[in-house]
Design a binder for this molecule. Structure first.
Ligand code: SAH
Length: 222
């Protein structure tokens, strides 16, 4: 018991340091987001033998050749969605479930979509064990979105797409925001799209990034 408590305290220290040195220092200012990243046990979302690296400044390999994104990238993408607490959010690429856990504490409801059933199952179990009741994990091709729960106020894609997947734009509510890494080959450009009430869209880019591929009908074919 003493060892477990000591371990928990150590993780809190690592998280504080992660937020200060990797996230605040790079310009993330959203107070709610910083608090949620301080509170969320990232080590619970990585394989047991990777727990030591959970708070490092890098993506960490998870099962099935996938990765849990770098903490700063999770923070940056989340901040770009400008959540205030009332939103329905689509999270494409559940992976470990960590990004979904962050979003679930900043929005009303999260639908998280994953193409690999085993990852989806593990993430759903983890989220339930941590007490999340506002995240629904579905197994499907997220490059086509998830029309059943559309429209979304915000959509976050944690996998690299060759182009902005059109179905995702179609499933955004007016004024909604989409964040997606776009690019061919191994690197992408972090791209943020906002739909305006008159139906036009505004697109901004936020620098280079590296994600595993978005594989699906509106992503890479294999
Ligand atoms: N957000 C995750 C990081 C996921 S890595 C986390 O916090 O851990 C990207 C994930 O996207 C992988 O799990 C991969 O299987 C999934 N993925 C790739 N293409 C997909 C698609 N078309 N639909 C749903 N998930 C997809």
């Amino acid at each position: 018991m003493a060892a477990k408590e000591a371990g928990t305290i150590a993780y809190e220290v690592l998280r504080d340091r992660m937020v200060q040195e990797q996230i605040e220092s790079r310009g993330i200012r959203d107070r709610r987001l910083l608090k949620v990243m301080r509170d969320t046990p990232r080590h619970a979302f990585v394989p047991d033998d990777r727990r030591d690296s959970a708070y490092w400044d890098m993506p960490v390999p998870i099962e099935h050749g996938q990765t849990i994104s770098q903490p700063y990238m999770v923070a940056l993408m989340t901040e770009l969605l400008r959540l205030t607490g009332d939103e329905t959010v689509l999270d494409v690429g559940t992976g470990s479930g960590y990004q979904a856990a962050i979003l679930a504490q900043l929005a009303r409801r999260v639908v998280s979509i994953e193409r690999i059933p085993e990852l989806a199952r593990t993430a759903a179990e983890r989220l339930a064990a941590l007490g999340f009741t506002n995240v629904e994990v579905v197994v499907a091709d997220g490059s086509a979105g998830w029309p059943e729960s559309a429209p979304y106020h915000a959509i976050l894609v944690a996998a690299g797409a060759p182009d902005i997947p059109e179905p995702l734009i179609a499933q955004l509510a007016p004024g909604g925001r989409l964040v997606v890494p776009v690019g061919s080959g191994g690197t992408q450009v972090l791209t943020a799209v906002q739909t305006l009430p008159d139906g036009t869209r505004m697109t901004e880019t936020h620098g280079p990034c590296v994600f595993v591929p978005l594989i699906g009908e509106h992503g890479w074919k294999h």
